[in-house]
Design a protein around this ligand. Structure first.
Ligand code: ZN
Length: 112
């Protein structure tokens, strides 16, 4: 488990300083198949081999901000609700995931 390095703290101006300071990065041996990173609150889980993927980190940091702003209940309700609605509309897993507004925002702000 680690905090962001000085270089990383300076690198992601699209995320408020408070969230860059709060974020903690944990390398984990495995995650959901096909997923290299996942954020739970201020904890950014990066699959081993992706710990130094700066673009992925920039994306996950947006989720740290979203978790803080929404709180866990609203974040999860919004995130999972959008995914389920996409699936009910007939989207496949990857498309329903990509259509989650919180994911779209993270992609738009981080460029990844
Ligand atoms: Zn994401």
């Amino acid at each position: 488990m680690r905090s962001l390095t000085a270089d990383e703290l300076a690198r992601y101006p699209h995320v408020p300083e408070v969230d860059r300071g709060r974020a903690r990065v944990v390398a984990v041996p495995r995650l959901t198949p096909g997923i290299a990173g996942m954020t739970l609150g201020r904890w950014i889980l990066l699959r081993r081999g992706h710990e130094h993927d700066g673009d992925l980190l920039g994306h996950e940091l947006v989720h740290v901000r979203q978790w803080r702003e929404l709180g866990p209940i609203r974040f999860l309700r919004r995130y999972l609700g959008a995914y389920v609605r996409g699936r009910v509309r007939g989207l496949r897993h990857q498309d329903a995931y990509a259509a989650i507004p919180l994911e779209q925002e993270a992609r738009a702000l981080s460029g990844y």
